[in-house]
Write a protein of this length. Structure first.
Length: 317
């Protein structure tokens, strides 16, 4: 015990100064509480590798955006420990509506083998996975921390878009198009957890236009079109007003994602793209089509009853 924190008495004994001791105890408690506090979106930029910055730039994102998104580089050794694959990557942490990061996140690899052209002029590409998450982990919704989600929840006149991938969602939010990211076109549900629609999407959907904007190559992918129909039906059953947005392909029919389109066009151009409203009548037709309803995977009679019961004229912002 130091002399500075104790009082001396004539007999030579020293006893603690209660005021000083209490102040130190409170300071320790504050430090402990701060250590346990959930991590919020970072605003201080961290040094990222050139490979990460180049990959983010392809979606119109920069180092400042990465800092707000909590992005961190991962070495091949770190990736091997966490995901079992020794490849360089960067981590995309997932946050809640308040911008508080959870323990869940996915990693996007940055060490891709580039395409090359052989001596005959043929383009040689390599099939490589782009993202990874922990084995046996469930699906989660990516809410870009570039958006104030509580304000969005409070205003149902704001349409919310759904797209595949975290980068696309973040790039759209940066451009002022409020968008959530799915880890895959069908990663809005979990059969293992018996969830037809992630709870965050249920919260967002009620009374709101929910617009689905998948990549332009959806026209040639039956499984993606099917996933889009499933998502539209779940949005409707959650009280939302689903719509489809078809992105036009690029030059030579190149695939165009939401981030690609917003980098090449204005927000006004995007708003002018045609939208298909998924009406109750359209949903009932799907459910009455034997092939389609079998693929949708829902009990057709029960689902059709729910749809008909809510087949009133719907209007929202």
């Amino acid at each position: 015990m130091s002399d500075a924190s104790a009082k001396a008495y004539p007999d030579g004994l020293k006893v603690p100064d209660n005021a000083t001791t209490d102040a130190k105890r409170k300071a320790r408690n504050r430090l402990k509480a701060a250590a346990k506090k959930p991590t919020k979106a970072r605003t201080r930029a961290k040094q990222l590798s050139q490979a990460t910055l180049v990959d983010l730039a392809r979606s119109g994102l920069n180092a400042n955006d990465a800092a707000k998104m909590g992005i961190e580089d991962m070495t091949a050794a770190q990736c091997e420990v966490e995901f079992g694959i020794p490849r360089a990557a960067y981590r995309l942490p997932y946050a809640d509506f308040d911008g508080v990061f959870s323990d869940y996140g996915r990693a996007r690899f940055t060490d891709f083998i580039p395409a090359r052209v052989d001596h005959e002029g043929n383009k040689i590409t390599h099939d490589q996975i782009k993202y990874i998450q922990k084995a046996r982990s469930s699906v989660h919704l990516y809410l870009p921390t570039l958006t104030k989600w509580r304000a969005v929840i409070d205003d149902t006149t704001i349409p919310v878009y759904s797209t595949e991938g975290e980068k696309k969602a973040a790039a759209a939010c940066k451009a002022g198009v409020i968008t959530v990211g799915l880890g895959g076109v069908d990663a809005f549900a979990s059969s293992k957890r018996d969830i037809d629609l992630l709870q965050e999407l249920v919260v967002l959907a009620k009374g709101r236009r929910m617009r689905i904007a998948y990549d332009s190559d959806i026209i040639s992918k039956d499984e993606v079109r099917l996933a889009r129909k499933k998502l539209a039906l779940q949005y409707f059953l959650a009280g939302g007003y689903p719509e489809f947005i078809d992105l036009p392909p690029g030059e030579d029919d190149a695939k165009v994602g939401l981030d690609d389109y917003l980098m090449a066009h204005s927000k006004k151009d995007f708003a002018a793209l045609p939208r298909q409203e998924v009406t109750p009548q359209l949903l009932v037709r799907w459910l009455h089509n034997k092939k389609k309803r079998e693929k949708l995977g829902f009990d057709p009679e029960t689902t059709a009853r729910h749809v008909r019961a809510d087949s009133r004229s719907k209007k929202c912002g």
